[in-house]
Design a binder for this molecule. Structure first.
Ligand SMILES: Nc1ncnc2c1ncn2[C@@H]1O[C@H](COP(=O)(O)OP(=O)(O)OP(=O)(O)O)[C@@H](O)[C@H]1O
Ligand SMILES: Cc1ncc(CO)c(N)n1
Length: 432
């Protein structure tokens, strides 16, 4: 997937183009960039702005549009009317999600748009927006309305919608312990509320709008995308680091990438035709770990299970570190011996699956629970013992490990892989 970020360069990488590259890379997306201006700024001070010439702006846009399939566009800093009009001209016919982050002033007080360009911004950029994401202050500047009990966020958002934006969210409406985003869609309105982190930081708005366009490009709804972005931004503020001498810079943890990869593989897994036949009585968990996991707390799993409901398969529960015990323990044993293996799933043991495994080129190993030494049973580390025995029985890295059960214990197959996608590829060879 390719996402285009149009905006200004921030040498501190807390905001602007550089921040977008950080977000999209963490989410596993290729970032295309068109730079509208170069700024000098850091965590304490905003220096100067040098907008790029019309010619190089035009050429940059042509370079990306003539070569790539673009799945979504984010527009950040656009400094002057010339820049605004060129962008409008290039984007007006696009049929992909466009997120407009109407940045007007930086957290450190710098002006990100010329005063006399605001009218053209309204006329040419706002109507491009699938969704526009002003913070409270930006919404007030755009509409020249002060948010109050009379001028509610809804009224102000409606005014912005009347300028041509299809959907509007006004972010960062602060209460005592909460920060809320007001949302106005075409036919609905709602508030997304979350805990306030007592931190001033640089770049939360950039991260939020980038996360929104990523999710929309993945064909999620406006509502789903805004919830995703809220959670994503919350984590990045929580992890913000004081890297420079001034305000903290938001930090994007690759943990999100782990969540995203696992969640996407689970969505694909439950949609596989006839997959309900592979769900065991004790149900299924699908896990993915951080690099070098030390305990099950470093392994992401479903804090419920993937369950069978007739011929449907559903996810009951949320993704959580420590969410799986059995499959995560199996993965930990495997990862200890083969650190590249970070994902696993358990499936129903059946002879048909076993013969498919044997016909495929997958490496398979097994263990016999009835051979488990007594002292292991007492310590309750059956899985660790089992996986280690199966690893010992195999010359290569096993793709699949199974056991045929024991008294009162259901037989089971575990498929291992480097990533959830890799596990999914193996499942496709053996399912049904
Ligand atoms: N202190 C905070 N604690 C938790 N969430 C926050 C906090 N501040 C902002 N948010 C959330 O972060 C997201 C981005 O909104 P925000 O209002 O910070 O954008 P912004 O002011 O444009 O940011 P910036 O100017 O730093 O780029 C919103 O979802 C908002 O609710
Ligand atoms: C280049 C750039 N874009 C956006 C922002 C808003 O955070 C900023 N400070 N700098």
């Amino acid at each position: 997937m390719n996402i285009l970020s149009i905006g200004g360069s921030d040498p501190s990488s807390g905001a602007g183009i550089q921040s977008d590259i950080r977000v999209f890379s963490a989410l596993g997306v290729h970032t295309l960039t068109v730079i509208t201006a170069i700024t000098s700024q850091n965590t304490s001070k905003f220096g100067m702005v040098e907008p790029v010439s019309s010619k190089i702006l035009q050429k940059q846009l042509e370079s990306v549009f003539s070569d790539f399939k673009i799945n979504g566009v984010k527009i950040g800093m656009v400094y002057n009317s010339k820049i605004i009009k060129i962008i409008h001209q290039q984007l007006k016919k696009l049929k992909i999600p466009i997120v407009v982050d109407p940045v007007i002033r930086s957290t450190t007080g710098g002006s990100l748009i010329e005063n006399n360009a605001r009218k053209d911004f309204q006329k040419y950029i706002v109507p491009l927006a699938t969704i526009i994401t002003p913070n409270k202050k930006e919404a007030e500047l755009l509409t020249k309305m002060k948010i109050s009990t009379k001028n509610t966020p809804e009224k102000v958002a409606k005014e912005i919608q009347n300028m041509g934006a299809k959907n509007v969210t006004i972010t960062g409406i602060e209460e005592k312990k909460k920060v809320s985003d007001f949302v106005l869609e075409k036919n609905s309105k709602y508030i997304i509320s979350g805990e306030k982190i007592p931190k001033i930081n640089h770049g939360s708005g950039c991260i939020h709008s980038a996360a929104v366009v990523y999710s929309l490009a993945k064909k999620k709804s406006i509502k789903e995308s805004l919830y995703f972005a809220k959670k994503f931004t919350y984590k990045s503020i929580k992890n913000a680091k004081k890297i420079g001498k001034g305000i903290a810079i938001t930090d994007i943890q690759s943990k999100n990438k782990i969540e995203d990869e696992l969640s996407s593989a689970i969505t694909k897994f439950i949609k596989l035709k006839g997959i309900y036949k592979n769900i065991p009585e004790c149900q299924t968990n699908f896990v993915f770990s951080k690099q070098r996991p030390k305990s099950t707390k470093d392994v992401l799993g479903i804090s419920g299970r993937i369950v069978k409901a007739g011929t449907n398969v559903l996810v009951a529960g949320d993704l959580k570190y420590g969410g799986s015990k059995h499959v995560a323990t199996a993965l930990l044993s495997m990862n200890k011996k083969y650190p590249g293996i970070c994902s696993a799933i358990n499936l129903k043991y059946q002879s048909t699956t076993l013969s498919k495994i044997k016909k495929s080129k997958l490496e398979v190993s097994s263990y016999d629970r009835s051979k488990e030494p007594k002292h292991v049973k007492i310590k309750g580390s059956t899985i660790r013992w089992g996986i280690n025995s199966a690893i010992k029985n195999s010359k290569k890295i096993p793709d699949v490990i199974f056991h045929k059960g024991d008294f009162g214990k259901e037989p089971m197959i575990i498929v291992f892989g480097k990533t959830p996608e890799n596990v999914l590829e193996k499942i496709l060879k053996i399912k049904g």
